[in-house]
Design a protein around this ligand. Structure first.
Ligand SMILES: Nc1ncnc2c1ncn2[C@@H]1O[C@H](COP(=O)(O)OP(=O)(O)OP(=O)(O)O)[C@@H](O)[C@H]1O
Length: 228
């Protein structure tokens, strides 16, 4: 059987707005195996961020199973969910969310230090990851001293820092020009595959989505395959 990094079964997520109930995710099923990258393309408001939040254990679905790297999250308490997320999930956002007062190296070290890695090992790994991102000389630079594409490459390195099995990316190239978008996506895809991780990448950019192993969309709240 495939080594599944993400498995969703029968997932339902709704929001209550005054009297109305908004059904955003309806009976969602989705499996992503190690080494696989799935693009999620759907109109604004369809529920892409909601799906990523459920996959990343930031939101609980009202119903269904969310299994991350072999561990089913539903019955876990909040603390156990946080640990599962920290150990197994890397998140990348449209805007890098790097800590402005810290250098690129330090931004990549911080999640490792939180996970209990010692200072020297965290620094070595940060330098190694930056090197892979083509940013060897930029370790001491703060986010404001880097271009948008460079900031996103640091954000990718940070997401990979604790070697997560699952990478979730919400519009990771949404803020970049087309050439830079392609380059950043290639680096992200290579990182995911080199680490034997799985990736779910929400994007409005069809050129980017076509580079994934497969593309899915949200149709009436369900995840269904699509071609672009
Ligand atoms: N906490 C919440 N309470 C009520 N409604 C919410 C909440 N979070 C999201 N929604 C609604 O759920 C729907 C899906 O939102 P979501 O952010 O997942 O969409 P999206 O596909 O990521 O959109 P976009 O591409 O514009 O970012 C929207 O109609 C949104 O208003």
């Amino acid at each position: 059987m495939a080594d599944l990094k993400l498995s969703l079964k029968n997932v339902h997520r709704h929001y209550l707005e005054r009297e109305a109930r908004l059904d955003i995710l309806v009976d969602v099923a989705l499996d992503i195996a190690a080494g696989e990258i799935v693009a999620l393309v759907a109109p604004s408001g369809a529920g892409k961020s909601t799906l990523l939040h459920v996959c990343g254990l930031l939101e609980r679905p009202q119903q269904g199973e969310v299994t991350i790297c072999g561990t089913e999250a539903h019955s876990l308490n909040d603390r156990a969910r946080t640990l599962l997320r920290r150990q197994n999930v890397g998140y990348i956002y449209q805007f890098h969310h790097l800590l402005p007062e810290f250098s690129a190296n330090e931004n990549i070290m911080i999640p490792q230090l939180i996970a209990g890695v010692d200072q020297a090992a965290a620094k070595t790994r940060a330098e190694d990851l930056l090197n892979h991102m083509g940013l060897k000389e930029r370790g001491d630079h703060r986010p404001a001293q880097l271009s948008g594409g460079e900031q996103q490459r640091v954000a990718i390195a940070r997401a990979m820092a604790n070697n997560p099995g699952l990478i979730l990316a919400d519009e990771p190239t949404g803020n970049l020009d087309p050439d830079t978008s392609g380059h950043v996506f290639e680096l992200l895809a290579r990182s995911i595959k080199d680490h034997g991780a799985a990736g779910l990448i929400a994007t409005h950019n069809h050129d980017i989505a076509r580079r994934a192993d497969r593309v899915v969309t949200l149709d009436g709240g369900a995840v269904v395959p699509t071609t672009l």
